[in-house]
Design a protein around this ligand. Structure first.
Ligand SMILES: Cc1ncc(COP(=O)(O)O)c(C=O)c1O
Length: 402
């Protein structure tokens, strides 16, 4: 190709498999097909009214000028209260940063720390952004596997086996996207023990799904489990999933002052501070009553049960019961190699998901996009009736395979 070139740092960055799936789903919809999408990780609840009202009031009060890069004092105070109340973590103001979504926390942190060749340990299956962001800065993703038979928890020995002198970061994300798996306190303690042998490794604990845990399980922050590691743990969270505020783009992190200052420097040259009215909304959400979260947890738990029992009835499908988040991650090893009535060979989970979309009109995401195949990620963030219909279509589609 001729003309101006693109940066080499983008070389080899794969386009997420989800993009092709989403494009085909849009095409089929435009052709008039009734497509059910279980592909998106977005709560189907409304943003709390108090948060919307706080944004409105902030705008009317003229809070519409450049905010401080690291967050408004009001939101930082609400974040400090949240960490103390819900996670038992106390942060000073210079240990906190407010970003444009949880995603910018990761971007800032990796840009501030990763040198080319540094290894970033991201247990698989993983949310796709961690390895992709790491690679933009020359980081080398390394993926220990979290097995279905372990409920997709990270076993400390799996972590120990991949740690090297080049390891720069370990990313922990429990409850997990895409599996819904959590990590037991015992496994967390084992992970901390492994990390004590590697004092030069940063730890990112992405706790964005912390409230969405089921079956009476209790969430504990990694930094609270291993207080002696706190000077290298970055605890990140956001309002997207807990308060159904994906579009407001507010995430935040608490961590050591040195790291937070470096991340703030990155952000000051990229986006500056986060939209003022969105910060006002986020502060109101964090300080609001916990009823909305309780209602969400009950709803997601009911939907999880519906999906898991429906999927387990389908021959060829295995399904671990997710302990959290709003996804299920069934295994389809038993279906690989089968053929659809239309003659397609299902040789990978990507082929399975594409055929399921084309022939049964259900959009999902193949496990290979998240680093562990052959699986399928289904989002439960949609109405029970829609999930019911999706299950029927999936069962019918699988029954028709030869
Ligand atoms: C595990 C995980 N972390 C972070 C995020 C990013 O959240 P935000 O919308 O706040 O950038 C997501 C969004 O899907 C996620 O699944």
């Amino acid at each position: 190709m001729t003309g101006p070139t693109l940066a080499t740092r983008l070389d080899g960055l794969p386009a997420p498999a989800t993009i092709e799936m989403a494009r085909r789903a849009r095409e089929l919809k435009a052709e008039g097909h009734d497509i059910i999408s279980l592909a998106l990780g977005e709560p189907d609840f409304a943003t709390p009214a108090a948060a919307v009202e706080a944004a409105h009031q902030a705008a009317l009060a003229g809070k519409t000028k450049y905010p401080p890069v690291d967050g408004t004092p009001e939101l930082k105070a609400a974040v400090a209260r949240k960490f103390s109340r819900e996670n038992g973590l106390d942060f000073a103001q210079d240990e906190l940063l407010v970003c444009n979504g949880g995603k910018q926390v990761i971007f800032n942190a990796f840009m501030a720390t990763i040198n080319p060749g540094d290894e970033v340990v991201v247990p698989a299956p993983y949310w796709v952004s961690y390895p992709l962001i790491a690679r933009m800065f020359g980081g080398v993703p390394v993926h220990p596997v979290c097995d279905e038979t372990d409920g997709f928890s990270l076993r400390p020995e799996r972590l120990a086996a991949v740690m090297t002198a080049r390891t720069k970061w370990l990313v922990l994300n429990f409850p997990n996207n895409p599996t819904g798996g959590i990590c037991s306190e015992e496994d967390m303690k084992g992970i901390a023990e492994v990390l004590r042998d590697y004092p030069d490794v940063w730890i990112l604990s992405d706790e964005i799904y912390e409230h969405l845990v089921f079956d009476g399980n209790r969430f504990t922050s990694f930094a609270a489990i291993a207080p002696d590691l706190r000077d290298r743990v970055l605890t990140m969270n956001g309002v997207a999933k807990a308060y159904a505020m994906t579009g407001w783009r507010v995430g935040y992190a608490g961590g050591p002052k040195r790291l937070i200052a470096a991340m703030r420097a990155v952000q000051s040259n990229a986006t500056s501070g986060v939209c003022t009215v969105a910060q006002a909304a986020a502060a109101a959400a964090l300080d609001g009553p916990p009823d909305l979260i309780r209602e969400m947890v009950t709803t997601y738990e009911r939907r999880r049960d519906l999906m898991v029992s429906g999927l387990r009835e389908i021959p060829g499908v295995t399904c671990a019961k997710p302990a959290g988040a709003f996804y299920v991650y069934p295994g389809i090893t038993g279906l690989i190699g089968r053929k659809t009535p239309g003659g397609r060979v299902l040789d990978t989970d990507t082929a399975f998901c594409m055929a399921l979309l084309e022939e049964a009109h259900v959009a999902t995401v193949p496990g290979s996009a998240f680093g562990l195949a052959p699986y399928v990620r289904l989002s439960c963030a949609t109405a029970d009736t829609v999930l019911d219909e999706a299950l029927k279509r999936i069962a019918r589609f699988i029954a028709s395979l030869v």
